[in-house]
Structure formats: structure tokens, C-alpha cells
Design a protein around this ligand. Sequence first.
Ligand SMILES: C[S@@+](CC[C@H](N)C(=O)[O-])C[C@H]1O[C@@H](n2cnc3c(N)ncnc32)[C@H](O)[C@@H]1O
Length: 191
Amino acid sequence: VTVKNSHADILERLQRIQQATREHRQAHGCGAYTFEDGYGLIDLVQSVRAMRVVELGTALGFTACCLAQGHESTHVDTVEADETHVRLARKNISDMGLAANITVHQGLFIDTLANLVPGYDVAFFDGFAPSIAVLDQVKDLLRNNGLLICANTSLADSEERQKLDRYFNNTDFWLMKTPIEHGQTRVCVKR
Ligand SMILES: C[S@@+](CC[C@H](N)C(=O)[O-])C[C@H]1O[C@@H](n2cnc3c(N)ncnc32)[C@H](O)[C@@H]1O
């Protein structure tokens, strides 16, 4: 077992990207708040053996690298508009040895998602407040029984939050599972 590939080494390197994201956000004054439950993401992708994952909101690549831990041939398509974030994420992903597993698409969610091929096992939304228009696009990209992990619903204003509650509580479309990130991030299965 080489040190490079040990489980502890991967976790430590993931934590370094997460810490670099915190430092970058302060220096850049941007909205790249890093996700606080990388273990929760890794557990979910491993439990469903996710082979195809789509992520919205790459920042510096921390969560894309977590989502790529499902299986050695998992592929993650991750979308980010900010060109500095894209450049730093590509570097971090390459340093993790995950360049073949993760494609960073530079662009807006709404434009980029329209060009992806449906059939994803898992989708992770970690942009700013989610919009129903983007969540609908994500739903179309997921396969039946695919998993949607949706962060940042609390960032929406109260009217939008009510719409999001109604959206996720529609059992014709979604089956709610136990949330992650201390209850702040929704997890649901596409019906
Ligand atoms: C909360 S941060 C992502 C954090 C990252 N997942 C992590 O845990 O380190 C949100 C990111 O989404 C990007 N973003 C927000 N809205 C976007 C949009 N409509 N299209 C593309 N990127 C967007 C921002 O530039 C930012 O880098």
C-alpha cells in the first residue's frame, strides 16, 4: 500500500483543498463557502456506487473530489462560472490524481446543464440559493431512483423557500431521505 493511495492520505488531501477554499474565499471576497460535510457526500456516493455524478458549484474542487470517491471509475461533471475558481479547481483536481475522473465545465448552470447527457446517478447542488428552474433541469438529468443532494435552501428568501418546500414535498417526484450537513442539506430520490 503506497502512502499516496491510502484512505487517510486522501482524506487529508481533501481537507487541504477545503481549507484552501476557506482561505481563498476570505482573500477573494467571493461566495465560495465550502461544503461542511464532505464525509456525508462520500458516504452517499459510496452507498449507491455512483458512476455518473453532476455537481453545480465547483468552487476550488473540494466537493467534486469527494463525489469522485464512489468508485475508481466514477465520473463527475462539475459546473462553475467563475474563471478563477475553475483554474484553481482544475489544479487541485489534477494534484489529487483525479483529472480523468472529473470534468470542470466553465459556464452558468442553466446553459451548461442543457448540454449534458441524462442518466446521472447522483446530482449535488451547491450553487448559491437553488432555483426551481435549475432543479427541474437537474431532475431531468437524473435517472429514475437517482439521488439529488441539495445544499443552501436556507439561503433562499422566505417566499422562494416555501416554493422549494412544496417542490421537495411533492411525493410524485421526490422521496425524502435523511438530510446531511447537520440537517441543512436535503437528500431525495427521484421517483
Ligand atoms: C458555495 S460555492 C461551492 C462550494 C464547493 N462545492 C465546495 O464545497 O467547496 C458556490 C459556487 O457556485 C458558483 N456559482 C453560483 N451560481 C452559479 C451559476 N448560476 N452558474 C455557475 N456557477 C455558479 C460560485 O461561483 C461558487 O464558486
